[in-house]
Design a protein around this ligand. Structure first.
Ligand code: ADP
Ligand code: MG
Length: 289
């Protein structure tokens, strides 16, 4: 929020933990009919933990862990933190050094470990052995994110990470619906994972496998269909979409980039407050008019 942030509806807004950039923001809340929710860190906690480790035939699970862990050690992404911490813990050893590390936002990471090329990420264009493809799909259907590990361009294994859905998310979606708003889940993650999370919290409409730079286009497409869009997000890659939305709501627990781009900040990062913010500002507006 800006240093001059005001509180919505004075006392009530403060109680709820809503910061608003200026009174002009309220005007757009009246027409909002669609609420786009970022998945990771908004509907889910974004604190991921390593779950399953699958190795390709002839490969060793410990090598999958060691190579992926080494590479992800250099990344700040929630998936990377989960993989690096999980690998270190399970191997009980320090991870080897990485050379030529590269990060491709929304795709994954690559680099050299012990002189060999290693990649971890979506790598959707790589052929996967059937056993790995099946393990990946099964995890995704249950809402876990799966990443592929390759060694010198050949699939070496699959790792899965779990991200808990926030306890408040289903209630938040119910409150949004009660206001007549249509919730939409937006994510860079896999379609199956997105569907699973959406079903768990009561969302029907899903836009998945969206690259970070394309999130803003997803919002604009909904607007071009005549919808008035509120967007709730927390990440650096949500900032442009928050700015493009008719109403941008940033999670106070999220990145500075998101908070700066949003019109409102949900201070405690509680998604239920998104519905409260829209309801309250509609009512405040009715009082002002
Ligand atoms: P979200 O929209 O859920 O915040 P991102 O856009 O950050 O997700 O990432 C989308 C996808 O790109 C992830 O689900 C993962 O498959 C892949 N990815 C991104 N960064 C990494 C990484 N450091 N390691 C592995 N995979 C990654
Ligand atoms: Mg996020």
């Amino acid at each position: 929020a800006t240093p001059t942030a005001l509180l919505v509806g004075t006392g009530r807004g403060a109680q709820l933990g809503i910061l608003i950039k200026g009174p002009e923001v309220l005007e757009s809340t009246r027409r909002v009919d669609t609420v786009v929710l970022d998945k990771t860190g908004t509907v889910t906690t974004g604190r991921m933990t390593l779950q399953e480790v699958y190795a390709a035939e002839g490969a060793d699970e410990r090598d999958v862990l060691r190579l992926a862990g080494a590479l992800e050690h250099a990344s700040e992404h929630p998936i990377a933190r989960a993989v690096a911490a999980g690998a270190e813990k399970r191997l009980g050893a320090a991870l080897p050094p990485v050379e030529g590390f590269e990060n491709a936002p929304g795709r994954g990471v690559r680099g050299r470990v012990g002189g060999q090329d290693v990649e971890v990420g979506r790598l959707t264009s790589r052929p996967l052995p059937q056993a790995l493809a099946e393990a990946k799909e099964a995890a995704e259907a249950e809402g876990r994110t799966a990443v592929v590990v390759t060694l010198n361009g050949v699939a070496l294994g699959v790792l899965t990470v779990a991200d808990a859905i926030k306890e408040t998310s289903a209630e938040a979606v119910r409150r949004l619906r009660a206001l007549g708003l249509t919730p939409v889940l937006l994510t860079g993650d896999n379609e199956r994972v997105a569907r699973s999370v959406a079903a768990a919290v009561g969302i029907d409409e899903v836009i998945a496998e969206v690259l970070p730079e394309d999130k803003v286009d997803a919002v604009r497409r909904l607007q071009s269909e005549g919808r008035t869009v509120a967007m709730v997000g927390d990440g650096v890659n949500d900032a442009a979409a928050l700015a493009a939305a008719d109403l941008g709501l940033a999670m106070g627990t999220g990145t500075d980039a998101a908070i700066e781009a949003g019109d409102l900040t949900l201070v405690r990062g509680d998604l239920r407050v998104a519905a409260d913010a829209i309801r309250l500002s509609r009512r405040t507006l009715a009082t002002i008019k």
